[in-house]
Design a protein. Sequence first.
Length: 319
Amino acid sequence: MPLIVTRAEYPVTSQEEKVFTTYRNYAAAFLVLIEHGYPTVGEQKETLERVLDRSTAQPGLDVGKICQLLTGAWSTELLMTQFQQEGSEVAIKYANVWSPVQSYYAIYLAGTAWLESLGISPRDHRATLNALTNRLAEVTCYPWNVTCAGIPRASDISFVGLAHPNFGSVSNLAIPRDFETAEMLLAKALKTTRDGLIDERGERWKKEHPLRGGRKRTNLPSGKRDELASRLKPTSILHFLQRARLRTNYKEADAFVTGSIDMPNARHFYEAQVSLTTRTLLLFEALIGSRFGAAFVQSAATRFSSDVGSSTPSSERWS
């Protein structure tokens, strides 16, 4: 997918443009890395079916729940792809407030379906993301297996799974025109996401531990931030996608509309969300197929397509 940009990389003129450009570039970087290993959806499916370890699913799994989770993921993907094809330029621009939300939840549901196929039922949302991160780190499926750990602000940071661990610095406004730049943007996305998660833990700790007399804390005690960071599980693309979802939902919705600069950039952002969703759903589908067999996923996708009354992205992948 070519990256369409009608303004230079760095001279953004507002905070909204900076936020939008940052998230557009991160999404584009993920796709550059995915397409480097799997140029097409068909090649990705063929490769995953060949390289993934096959194991027999344990008895007693809730197959109905797995299929329901996949239906939720596929329904959201279908809405996104239909809107991509039929939405007007203006509608696409405003849909970008919700596209990271839709993408995240489609991916989350498919990932949860994979965990269920492994007999894993995490207790809450955070535990689900951590379980997915841990399991994906064990699967050689770049770039989804890349993780970030450590304390970013203390320069005590480490990455697992990068093709080039000794990378340089890169601006979040840099366009990922090549693999190296894309991977540096991936690392930056994970690092800044981890930093934000540590900040959130710090704010939560301050609320839970007020000063004497109930007065609100303004700062953390010395060393407390590093202590909280040391207990934080590794950060992955899934945590970044959740961060994007929260920013569009609760923090900077305007930036994803007014910051798009022009219509081509708005459409590119939306298309990147759709492509990232499709590629990640295919990963989880193939992982489920490695447990139950490809015929299981194909049958579920066919039933979903039959309910819709026409072909769907998932049925086309597994036809």
